[in-house]
Design a protein. Structure first.
Length: 245
C-alpha cells in the first residue's frame, strides 16, 4: 500500500546513520547547467523562472535513494544572519505560498540523466528556520539503482518562479519584495542511501569563491559576503595604545 511505502520511506530518511566519505561522490548546485557549474545568478525583471540543478558526480554505489537539505540564507551587510526577503519565502505560509516552487527528478539532459531507480517516492519540504534562513528538504527513495561513477547525474531540478517578485518592498497581497537582495545556497547535508543501510554523506564538488562563507555552493545577485575576520592585534600595536606617565 502507498501509506506503507510512505512510512517506510520516512523511517529510511530519519533512521539512516550518516558517515562522510569522499569516495561516494560529490554534490553540486548550479544555475541552469549540470556541467560546467554556473555558480551565480543575477535577477533580471525580464526573466520569470530560474532553474537550479542539483547533481551528483563520482558515485559508484548501488543505492535506494538520496536525502539532502539545501540551506537558503540571506546575510546582512556585516555578515550576520538576516531574514529571508518575501521573494524567497516559497513555503506554504510565505509570500510565494509554495505555488511558485517546482521540484522534479527528471533528467536535466541526456548527458545528465536522472539519479534514481524505478518506483520513486519523494518527500519534500520548504520551510523557514528559527534563525531567519530557509531550508529545502529533498528526499527520494526508489528500487535499487546502480550509477556509473564517470557520469554526472541529475538529482533534483529546483525551479523558482519569481513572477510575483519585485525589487524593493513587498506590495502586500500582490508582490513579494526583496528579489534584488543577495542569497547564499549551501548543503546542510547531501546523502546517498546505500544498499549497506548507511546514508553516505558526500562533500561539495566545487570550491567556494573568495569572500563568501565556506560551503556556499551557489549564489544569487553575487551572493552575501560573510563576516570579516578580525585581525589579531600585535604586541607593538597594543603598546602603542597606551602612554606611560
Amino acid at each position: 500500500m502507498k501509506v506503507t511505502r510512505i512510512l517506510a520511506a520516512l523511517a529510511l530518511v530519519v533512521g539512516f546513520a550518516g558517515t562522510a566519505h569522499a569516495q561516494h561522490g560529490c554534490a553540486r548546485l548550479s544555475w541552469g547547467s549540470c556541467d560546467p557549474q554556473n555558480f551565480d545568478k543575477t535577477y533580471s525583471p525580464s526573466q520569470l523562472t530560474y532553474q537550479m540543478v542539483y547533481s551528483i558526480f563520482g558515485s559508484p554505489d548501488g543505492n535506494v535513494g538520496t536525502d539532502s537539505q539545501v540551506r537558503i540564507r540571506h546575510l546582512n551587510p556585516d555578515g550576520s544572519q538576516g531574514l529571508s526577503p518575501d521573494s524567497w519565502r516559497f513555503d506554504d505560509a510565505g509570500c510565494q505560498t509554495g505555488t511558485q516552487l517546482t521540484l522534479s527528478n527528471n533528467p536535466f539532459s541526456k548527458l545528465c540523466p536522472a539519479f534514481k531507480g524505478t518506483n520513486p517516492l519523494t518527500i519534500t519540504q520548504y520551510a523557514p528556520d528559527v534563525d531567519g534562513s530557509d531550508f529545502l528538504r529533498l528526499a527520494i527513495t526508489y528500487d535499487n539503482f546502480q550509477p556509473v561513477a564517470t557520469t554526472r547525474y541529475t538529482v533534483w531540478l529546483i525551479t523558482f518562479d519569481h513572477t510575483f517578485s519585485n525589487i524593493g518592498p513587498s506590495n502586500p497581497g500582490l508582490t513579494c519584495g526583496g528579489v534584488e537582495e543577495c542569497e547564499n545556497f549551501s548543503f546542510d547535508f547531501a546523502g546517498v542511501l546505500g544498499l549497506d543501510g548507511i546514508q553516505h554523506n558526500i562533500p561539495n564538488c566545487d570550491l567556494t569563491p573568495a569572500g563568501l562563507p565556506a560551503g556556499t555552493e551557489a549564489s544569487w545577485n553575487g551572493g552575501c559576503a560573510g563576516p570579516v575576520a578580525t585581525l589579531p592585534a600585535t604586541w607593538g600595536k597594543l603598546k602603542g595604545m597606551y602612554h606611560g606617565n
